[in-house]
Each structure stands twice: as structure tokens, then as C-alpha cells.
Write a protein that binds this ligand. Sequence first.
Ligand code: ATP
Length: 308
Amino acid sequence: MLAAVPPPVTVRVPGKINLHLAVGALREDGYHDLVTVFHAVSLFDEVTVTIADDPGIEVHGEGVAEVPLGHSNLAWRAVELLSRHADRDPDVRVVLRKGIPVAGGMAGGSADAAGALVGLAALWKLDLTRDELSRMAAELGSDVTFALHGGTALGTGRGEQIVPVLSRHPQHWVIALHRQGLSTPTVFRELDRLRGDTEPKERPVEPVLEALACGDPRQLALSLGNDLQAAAVSMAPDLRRTLRAGVNAGALAGIVSGSGPSCAFLCSSADAAVEVATELAGVGVCRTVRVVHGPVPGARVVDPHEPP
Ligand code: ATP
């Protein structure tokens, strides 16, 4: 008798913003040490994995032309890694539905890799611990571990060593999506160029941790900071206008997310975020806006009976 083919598994994975990003000096191996606070927000990719005779990957949603198919897609790399681990052929089809902007500094590729790991582990009924998944995630990329866990977390190393951070209340954000993406390695190179021979300035993380613990968005607004922002703005100077427009529209603060060019605006409430988004959308300084909240959980299998 033929074994029944398991039904497809869909995983929802959030994008992230960095509430704090301190970039150390360039190391000899070409990387930088980071101290960052990741915050998962309600902008999601969906990753569906299915047993298939025609293995491969397909991508839907905005910016798909920029997303590689095949081995260089991070979600497919996750499939290959888990296949080796489980000693199985990667006889699966992966469908990505992108809600996270591509090359937007919100770790969409890493989210897809985390989603593929969780989805395939469920499809193949692999009994993996959270630690085993985390180890594989770290092997795939520095932001994949966080995409697996979600919430708010302190990241060190290259960002792959994470510990959860207490964050007392939900925070409300407007994300401004830019017309074009920025390449992360190029933004880091621009930061190195801007710094020249000068030592990186100290950017202590404690104020942002204290603000999260107390939950007051006004205090959090004062402590947001990103060392990559100057480099992102240098490469996409119109971001200066976007950042100014968000604050003029009533946001408490605006920051470039990670390597950019997406900008995140912290608002005092859910209603304030809707107002800021409406005004920001009207001034033509970005491609589009999204109202989101955070923190949200990391990669989770979607219950097939849950309404969409
Ligand atoms: P990074 O994660 O490198 O900081 P980012 O968050 O700015 O980057 P991503 O959307 O993750 O942006 O994409 C960065 C690049 O990775 C894209 O330009 C694309 O070529 C490649 N990429 C590989 N896999 C994916 C994927 N599943 N989704 C989006 N981009 C992907």
C-alpha cells in the first residue's frame, strides 16, 4: 500500500526592525561585531512546503524579480541543509509569499529560511529540538536565528547569538517602504568608508533595554539608534526627507531599519500610527507605508483551520 502524502505545511514568519544597532570595527575576517536589539513586527512572509515531484522554489508578491530562485535563495538553502541533516532527498516545493520588502533591511530572506526550516521539519515530522533548529538557523545566516524566535531580543556576535529581552507593552510602528532596495554588504562598506581610520563611537544598549522594560514609547523613542543609518542615508540621500516627514507627521521618532532603506517610525498608540501612516503616504517620500506592531512571535506553523 502507498503511504499517504502529507498535506502542505504553511509557516508565517515576521520581518524585523533593529531598535538598536551598534557596529564594531571591521574585523580581519571581513565581518563586524554587532550589538543589536531585534524587534519582530507584524509584517509577514508565508512559506509553504509541499512534497513534490518537481522540487524547487516559487515566489509571489512585491519585489519578486529581485528574489533569486534555486541555490542562492536562503529558503532553498534551508531545505538543502535540513535534507542533509535528515539524510533525505529535497523532494519538496517551496512557495514564498512575500510581505516583507525585498532588500529592505527587514531580513526577509532570513525569515524565509527560518520558515522553510520550521515548515520542512513539520512536513517530514522530524523531532527536532529548538536548539537543533537554532544551530541550523545560525549556519544559514546571522538573522535567521532571530526570525525563528521572534519577539524582542538582544543579538551579539554577528547577530546570531540572541537572548530574549523583556518588553512590557506592544509598540506601534509605521514602516515606510522605499522604491529601491539597498544591498547590506554595500551599506557596511559605506560605513567603513565614512569611518575611515576613526574608532567607532560608543553606543550603549542599556537605555533601549530600560525603555523596553518600562514600555513607555516616549522613552523608547529617545533611545533608538542605528550605526548603519548614516551609511544608508549616504547611499540613498532621499531617506533624510522620509525620516523628517515621518516625525513631521506625528511619529515620536524615526529610524532606518538595519541596513535600510525601510524606515520605522515609532508612534504613541495604534490610532496615532494610522494617522501618521495616512499623512506620510500623502507626501510622496516613500513607495508605500504599512502600520505594524511588535513584538510578534517568530516562525510558526499556520493552523490550516485558522481563518486567513
Ligand atoms: P539582509 O538580510 O542581507 O540584511 P535585507 O533584510 O535587506 O538583507 P532581504 O530581503 O533578506 O533583505 O534580501 C537581501 C538579498 O538576498 C536580496 O536582494 C536577494 O537577492 C537575496 N535573497 C535570497 N533569498 C531571498 C529570499 N528568500 N527573499 C528575499 N531575498 C532573498
